[in-house]
Design a protein around this ligand. Structure first.
Ligand code: N01
Length: 539
């Protein structure tokens, strides 16, 4: 608390929520319905979260529109109409603004306000939350809806401060159009953001130089406008879709593969991969159940995509540089529009910065060990400090003043109960926190599950006059161990990706996503609640 305030002046709420994206908005809706005074703090000047910040050219979602939305309200589902298979960022942002208006959420959201610290006070059993305007508020419940990918990663390139051109990070894109017409542009990074931005920037810029450290597996999205009949059917089947999403493995209605890639004939397998490639989307990734667990099966899918790259990219030396080598899918598999085709353009060149690393940013551009590239603008599509990054940016302290950073020992000992709670941090809930299915699922599906579980727990406490709820140490240890065991049975832990924290120099390598599936996870959480919130202690 600052000198500006004393305890009497401190605003007090039943619940404080951080973030006004998918998570924070629905959390606010639920807590208000439950009759709790709730305040949401949001750093941006509008709602949207991820979709507020990530406005880079080509930004769109790779979950199908009709599933990438809330399902808690049939009325909302029927009122909103998506225009195409994979929604563009502006359309998703319009949707989230529509939701904020429909449910009149804005009066309880304080925009342009960042939470800097949240400390649990053991005397009054409340959280004291410090804001960047110097004020402090108090709340019984403290809930983070900060997303898994909101702490952007700008690697420490020497000399960036000397660069005379303009530079951007995809995760913090300006709100006015950036015009690359006639410019020599460089882009660093070829993850989902880079792969989406590259074709769009290439179509506008005089020249685009792509600085690639690791080549990507990407499949065509085959995005297309929806026809009226398809949308009509989706709305008509709202209840069925909602149930399928909730029970599914990935938060999307999809057939669960039952066959091994190794048990079918080469002809059958090729036909399956070709069909998935033609339909577009993540079909290759989900074609056989053992793609993510068996190196041999994985290699069959990987080699199929490599063969496509060789056939699309006309210059053999460029095609060669674009061939990925790690296990397919262990970095997030990407879907694109004309990504590989873009390297056939005369105004696009590819630089391998694994072979010739970036040495520095100069006044004029980027210097690798091979030479200098003069650039009028640089785009950093270098990703995020995922999962723990957004939480550890704040000074969150539980009992005995222990911080989350200390508890997690800088990432070495990150453990949670169900990805939603932390031992030692009473009445603190994380929406899609580390060790929940989160980013390896259709996010709105996982967010809805968490929000509903948390608000049910809070309602239970209020109905039973309970002051605090806290995860037990042994329940947390068991959950964390289970998460690691499930992950270790797959190939996911093998890649140097943001999934494992390997993208951030010095970050401890840990796989912090629960891979047991959305449906199974939901069932587990429901059982825990039905058994009197097993693994939690109430006071
Ligand atoms: O970030 P990334 P992203 N020098 O970490 C490279 C979600 N998302 O923003 O692979 C040179 O995947 C790095 O190279 P390497 C989605 O979950 C979803 O693209 O580490 N290069 C890599 O190429 C996604 O997975 C959507 O060797 C450096 C790139 O930068 C997640 O966000 C759209 C470097 C970073 O790729 C993150 O995606 C966009 C350095 N020092 C994002 N440091 C959709 O829904 C990093 N790189 C479609």
């Amino acid at each position: 608390m600052t000198s500006k305030q004393n305890a009497n002046q401190m605003a007090s709420f039943d619940a404080v929520v951080i973030g006004a994206g998918f998570s924070g908005m629905y959390m606010l809706y639920r807590l208000r319905e439950a009759g709790l005074s709730t305040r949401v703090y949001e750093a941006a000047d509008g709602v949207g979260g991820t979709w507020y910040w990530n406005r880079y050219p080509g930004a769109r979602c790779d979950s199908e529109s009709i599933y990438y939305n809330y399902t808690f309200s049939e009325e909302l589902y029927r009122e909103w109409t998506w225009s195409s298979r994979y929604p563009e960022q502006p359309e998703i942002l319009r949707y989230l603004n529509f939701v904020a208006d429909k449910f009149n959420l804005r009066p309880d959201i304080q925009f342009e306000t960042r939470v800097q610290a949240a400390h649990y006070n053991e005397e009054d059993k409340r959280w004291q939350i410090s804001l960047n305007d110097g004020t402090c508020v108090s709340a019984k419940y403290f809930i983070t809806g900060v997303g898994c990918l909101s702490a952007s990663n700008l690697p420490k390139f020497n000399g960036l401060e000397n660069y005379k051109g303009d530079w951007y990070h995809t995760g913090h894109w300006p709100h006015t159009k950036v015009d690359f017409t006639g410019k020599r542009v460089g882009i660093v990074g070829t993850g989902s953001s880079g792969v989406q931005a590259i074709p769009v920037i290439a179509a506008e810029a005089a020249h685009l130089t792509v600085f690639q450290r690791t080549p990507q597996y990407s499949a065509p999205a085959r995005n297309h406008p929806y026809d009226e009949e398809y949308i009509r059917k989706a709305k008509e089947n709202f209840h069925e879709i909602k149930q399928q999403i909730r029970e599914s493995a990935g938060g999307l209605p999809a057939e669960v593969p039952t066959k091994s890639a190794l048990e079918v004939t080469p002809e059958e397998r090729l036909a399956k991969f070709e069909e998935a490639w033609e339909v577009g989307g993540q079909g290759i990734f989900t074609s056989y159940y053992d793609i993510t667990i068996n190196p041999e099966a994985n290699e069959l899918a990987a080699e199929f995509i490599r063969s496509k790259i060789r056939s699309i990219v006309t210059k053999p030396d460029v095609a060669e540089k674009l061939l990925p080598f790690y296990y397919y899918g262990t970095k997030r598999p990407i879907i694109d529009t004309d990504y590989y085709e873009t390297f056939n353009r005369d105004n696009v060149s590819l630089v391998d910065v694994k072979k010739n690393p970036i040495e520095e940013i100069t006044e004029m551009g980027i210097r690798t060990t091979e030479g200098e590239y003069e650039l009028d603008a640089i785009v950093f599509a270098t990703g995020f400090d995922g999962m723990t990054g957004p939480l550890l940016k704040m000074d969150i302290r539980g009992k005995e003043g222990v911080s989350l950073k200390e508890k997690w020992n800088g990432g070495e000992n990150t453990r949670t109960y169900l990805g939603v709670a932390n031992a030692g941090f009473p009445n603190f809930f994380m929406i899609t926190g580390p060790e929940s299915p989160s980013v390896l699922s259709n996010m709105p599906a996982s967010i809805e599950q968490h929000v509903e579980w948390v608000s049910d727990c809070i309602e239970y406490m209020e109905a039973n006059n309970l002051e605090t709820v806290e995860a037990n140490v042994d329940a947390e240890e068991t959950w964390s161990k289970h998460c690691a065991e499930v992950a270790d049975a797959t190939l996911f832990t093998k890649a140097d990706s943001w999934y494992t924290g390997a993208n951030i120099p010095g970050k401890t390598r840990r796989f912090l996503i629960y891979l047991g599936g959305v449906g199974a996870y939901r069932q587990k959480c429901t059982e825990i609640a039905e058994n009197g919130y097993e693994g939690f202690t109430f006071e």
